[in-house]
Design a protein. Structure first.
Length: 273
């Protein structure tokens, strides 16, 4: 579904923090405007208030059933958020939740009127339109509702649909939390540079630019696997090969990442309820 489809739909956004606001800005950029968009946020930021005023969005007004209701609150606020969302949910609404760890059954317990539910997990690069979202739709979601949910999520980046809800916790662990792993990689690379003798500010600039450039190479060469890009940088017996021998050892980066992802997935499951 294109931006034209979004413009014809009635939407409600419950919660407009960093991610909710990024989504709203993405929808606005696709031409959504006017009173078919309702936004509920108890403490609207100046940026949110200005956007709603500019586009004519209904900010903290009365609720009425909408075609789609996006839940973008914090997971621990589900009880309160569901009560706020209830007036916007009708029998023909699709509810799209981006609450980490909260299952469709968790949502159904708080929003009994919600039949069609999509559980999704975007990530923070959505703020610049470069996010990636994993999504799952329950059996009550029609093709038209799935297309609408896809358009809502695709406004801030790519969307990957999974066949089982249980996979959303793994999506959360890999891509939802993943930007933080990359940022920490930059920190660790810079600190290693300092240990190797570089001034801290130079090490930080080198580490940051290296990760930015490597990411852009991945983006511009989508048909080339990361393993192939790695091989192209690695000369036999060279400096990169020496470093990779450490990183690819049995106790190197791969098993560490496996443990990290498992911990994040386990925590996502613990947030359910």
């Amino acid at each position: 579904m294109s931006g034209d489809g979004l413009r014809g739909a009635s939407l409600a956004l419950i919660g407009a923090g960093n991610m909710g606001l990024a989504l709203l800005e993405g929808w606005a950029g696709q031409g959504l405007s006017g009173d078919r968009m309702s936004v509920v946020d108890p403490n609207p930021s100046p940026r949110l208030a200005a956007l709603c005023a500019e586009k004519g969005f209904n900010l903290n007004g009365a609720g009425r059933p909408c075609d789609a209701v996006m839940l973008a609150i914090k997971p621990q606020m589900l009880d309160l958020g569901a009560a706020v969302a209830a007036p916007f949910v009708g029998p023909d609404s699709v509810v799209v939740s981006i609450l980490a760890g909260k299952s469709i059954s968790d949502l159904a317990a708080r929003l009994p009127a919600a039949r069609a539910v999509v559980r999704a997990m975007p990530n923070t690069p959505a703020a610049i339109g470069r996010g990636i979202t994993g999504a799952f739709a329950n059996d009550a979601v029609s093709q038209a509702q799935r297309a609408l949910a896809d358009a809502l999520l695709r406004a801030v980046g790519g969307v990957e649909w999974v066949e089982r809800e249980t996979l959303i916790d793994a999506v959360t662990a890999v891509s939802g939390s993943g930007p933080a792993y990359v940022f920490y990689l930059v920190e660790a690379l810079a600190e290693a540079g300092v240990e190797a003798g570089l001034p801290p500010d130079l090490a930080a600039r080198l580490a940051r630019a290296t990760v930015e450039g490597a990411g852009e190479l991945l983006h511009r060469q989508p048909e080339t696997g990361a393993n192939e890009l790695r091989r192209r940088v690695t000369s036999p017996g060279g400096t990169t090969a020496a470093a990779l021998e450490v990183l690819m050892a049995e106790d190197g980066l791969r098993p560490l990442m496996v443990r990290a992802i498992a911990a994040a997935k386990r925590r996502a499951g613990e947030l359910s309820g």
